[in-house]
Design a protein around this ligand. Sequence first.
Ligand code: FAD
Length: 282
Amino acid sequence: MTVAEIFETRKRPVSFEIFPPKGDLSVDEARSVVSELAELTPDFISVTYSAGGGGNVGATTEVAHMISHEFEIPSVAHLTCQGLTRAGLAEKVEEFRAAGIENVLALRGDPRPDLPAGDFEHASDLIGPLVDAGFCVGAAAYPEGHIDCLDVDEDVRHLKEKQDAGASFLVTQLFFDDDCFYRFRERTIHAGITIPITCGIMPFLSKKQVSRMIFMCGASLPSPIIKLLARYEGDAEALREAGIEYASDQLVDLARHGVDGLHVYTMNHPDIARANVGAIRA
Ligand code: FAD
């Protein structure tokens, strides 16, 4: 089933992101994560992609295949432009087809100077060829603007280009302040973006993780989170629980505000997904 069909036929789909095993780790590791996530009956699961170096390029396809064929849950394989040539894309298309993959999240990826230059600069350049090859294609959206783009309106214009290129759905970067998303949603409506936007939420688990994320993606850190980080500084377990609870509250608030979908960045921790989904369904 394609993600476009899921958004057309189901109310507010709930989905997860996982990452495939790296290096020599076996796909069985991902299988045990997916089997726990499957119990939560997500509408789809997306699988990240690392363009070389991480050792999991092929694993994205293998894990996405496993999700849809062994667990009968629609899957989305991520793909980035980094180092990708036209010939490389043709090979990927064949690999995806052979694995029965229907949905692809087209991304630029973060610049990789260690890789040879590819033929695709932006995600929007990758979307058309993937749509032409018969895939249902999604793309990334940034409620607070992409970190490279100082003008949020310009970023939204580039987002519209993804829809114009044929994207059928959008998945947002993480955000910790739902009001940022509601303002962004207004902007997308004014820009003529009509495809569904599912909200990506990542629970904070530690101060180190939060710092890395905010500097990597430019998400703002609301003061309630700063206070929780200060309060539980010496208690890792309590901080983790507070992070999961904060994310659950965010998801419930988003559902109440009628967002199109909810997407949990599980970081391969099924207990996070379980707590978040429990809160949404309750
Ligand atoms: P683009 O859409 O190309 O945008 C990048 C920047 O260029 C933005 O500032 C944008 O405003 C600007 N821009 C876009 N189009 C144009 C244009 N035509 N002219 C000029 N400027 C333009 N990374 C991975 O490596 N693997 C993953 O699996 C992965 N999964 C992700 C999943 C989600 C849901 C999200 C939100 C991000 C993910 N990322 C992943 C990270 C992503 O690759 C980075 O955020 C990357 O820096 C931007 O990717 P993009 O597809 O949004 O790029």
